[in-house]
Design a binder for this molecule. Structure first.
Ligand code: C5P
Length: 223
């Protein structure tokens, strides 16, 4: 059996909706409900913990916990609220900001963790744009390098971890956690082996008003 941690405590400032992003209405429901539907449909998930903005009540059938200052702090709080379990228990982390999650992707990610023996498995899509790296030590957008696109993948969630690997990663100092943009990156830094599972670009992250419009269209198409 597995535990799912849904992080939904972000302020959503880039979306500019005037409230927490996970609670913004999307195709008729608060955004986090779409991810919850997908997680609830997977038999292998024994418990769902949701990291929420202060004062928000936990959705039905979930354990609610107050989120932290940065995303990784919310993941740490959610893992603590899940209680103890075996070291190799799969812990799935998902961003409520990715409402197009499907039960099929959840199952495939859990299966990949079991089959590869990796410490973590990350849903990811091949990069379609050519990526330029610019200098960050000088003003102006000076290109330093053009990266080899065939080797580049855009990391998404779900990300599934062996409990011991995620706990080790989240025990890093607060500043390491604050600098991390995903949990699998911290697992890599702490010597863990991370694999990818291919995921559709449709599993997009809602960051801007444009993403919200796209997500609404895609979800309405599914209904
Ligand atoms: O801000 P961003 O879109 O990168 O956040 C990704 C996910 O992490 C969102 O689902 C957001 O609600 C969650 N988050 C959180 N606690 C924070 C910051 C973000 O749960 N402090």
């Amino acid at each position: 059996m597995a535990v799912a941690l849904l992080v939904a405590a972000g302020r959503g400032e880039r979306l500019g909706a005037g409230g927490p992003k996970a609670l913004v209405m999307l195709a008729g429901r608060p955004m986090l409900e779409w991810s919850l539907d997908a997680l609830r449909a997977v038999e292998a998930i024994r418990c769902i913990v949701v990291a929420l903005p202060d004062g928000v009540v936990a959705p039905a059938g979930t354990i609610g916990v107050a989120g932290g200052e940065e995303r990784s702090h919310s993941v740490r709080a959610a893992l603590a609220a899940a209680g103890d379990g075996p070291d190799d228990e799969p812990i799935l982390v998902h961003d409520a900001a990715r409402p197009l999650l499907t039960p099929e992707l959840v199952r495939r990610s859990l299966d990949a963790l079991a089959q590869t023996g990796a410490d973590a498995v990350v849903a990811a899509a091949p990069v379609v744009d050519t990526i330029k790296r610019v200098r960050t030590d000088a003003p102006g957008l000076h290109v330093e390098a053009t990266l080899q696109r065939h080797a580049l993948w855009a990391a998404q969630t779900p990300q599934v971890f062996r409990r011991a690997a995620l706990s080790r990663a989240l025990a890093q100092p607060d500043d390491v956690l604050a600098a991390a943009t995903d949990d699998a990156g911290i697992v890599e830094q702490t010597g863990g082996r991370v694999h990818l599972v291919e995921s559709p670009r449709e599993n997009l992250k809602v960051t801007t008003p444009l993403d919200l419009r796209l997500a609404a269209l895609l979800l309405e198409e599914r209904c």
